[in-house]
Design a protein around this ligand. Structure first.
Ligand SMILES: NC(=O)c1ccc[n+]([C@@H]2O[C@H](COP(=O)([O-])OP(=O)(O)OC[C@H]3O[C@@H](n4cnc5c(N)ncnc54)[C@H](O)[C@@H]3O)[C@@H](O)[C@H]2O)c1
Length: 264
């Protein structure tokens, strides 16, 4: 019961492959009370109500790029919890350029703006809304999900690489301000390739899943393992960890060369 008595908002559970879905299940198992949120279109198309029933959690829709939606969500969550909450999961990503298979050398800039807004600036919008409404309790924890394309080039990842670099930067920058204000910590987890709706939408997903699997001494980290790690970051056991991008990738990020690729 690592999260006994804790309350939090979980963004981004679309279906039971979603990383956020696994995190919500684990948070519930560990004794947390949660509110689930996703974009209105995802509420219509996904299966979030099954998760809500399982976790005994209300679902409050919010487009994470829309400040009015976010304010409404945070106010309603505070009403539901009877005050502030302790953790927030940002598990949100979408690139219209990637979706429409536009190469990085042929981006549509209106789409790029949407990619950045949905996948990165939304973290700032959520944090700013919580900060201004004083919604996150002392020693609270905010986690966003990232990918190593923020540091290294993975050509098929397109403009999501730029979004992830911005996401990690926002976590660092806001981590300072929220730490000073209320000892709230902000981190990102850089997760292995994972077979989800967002993951498999990336060009060549199967190939880079297999590549990372071979390259990582422990193999790729699953969504369930990501949930375990995330619970540790929401818990009091990691109170002094903030402003970090934390690799959760079976060792992938520190590898140079694997003999597996030299086998003839
Ligand atoms: N799957 C992977 O390989 C992988 C690896 C590293 C990081 N990540 C990151 O993990 C996070 C979760 O993705 P996932 O793999 O679980 O896929 P997913 O498709 O299940 O989740 C993405 C979520 O983003 C939500 N979303 C999109 N636009 C939104 C908006 N405007 N407002 C609110 N929500 C919105 C979707 O509805 C969906 O629930 C993303 O940030 C993704 O980039 C995924």
């Amino acid at each position: 019961m690592l999260l006994a008595g804790k309350k939090g908002i979980i963004f981004g559970a679309l279906d039971n492959n979603s990383i956020a879905w696994k995190i919500a299940e684990r948070a519930h198992q560990e004794g947390a009370s949660i509110v689930l949120s996703n974009a209105p279109v995802a509420l219509r198309m996904g299966t979030i109500n099954q998760l809500a029933e399982k976790c005994n959690a209300p679902v409050i829709g919010a487009d994470a790029t829309n400040m009015e939606d976010l304010e409404n969500l945070v106010r309603k969550a505070m009403e539901h919890f009877g005050g502030g909450f302790d953790f927030v999961l940002h598990s949100i990503g979408m690139s219209p350029n990637v979706r429409k298979k536009r190469d990085y050398t042929n981006l549509n800039y209106a789409y790029l703006t949407q990619t950045l807004d949905i996948s990165a600036i939304s973290l700032h919008k959520i944090l700013q809304t919580c900060y201004q409404l004083d919604a996150i309790n002392e020693w609270g924890s905010v986690v966003g999900l990232s990918y190593i394309a923020a540091q290294r080039t993975f050509p098929g990842y397109g403009d999501m690489a730029d979004a992830k670099a911005a996401l990690e930067s926002i976590a660092r920058s806001f981590g300072y301000h929220y730490g000073i204000k209320n000892k709230v910590r902000v981190n990102t987890i850089s997760q292995s390739p994972t077979a989800t709706t967002a993951g498999t939408g990336i060009k060549g997903f199967d190939d880079f899943f297999d590549y990372a699997q071979k390259m990582s001494p422990l193999g790729n980290a699953s969504a369930d393992a990501c949930a375990d790690y995330c619970i540790s970051l929401f818990s009091d056991l990691t109170r002094m960890v903030t402003m970090h991008n934390l690799f959760h990738d079976g060792g992938f990020s520190n590898m140079g060369l694997s003999p597996l690729f030299l086998d003839k």
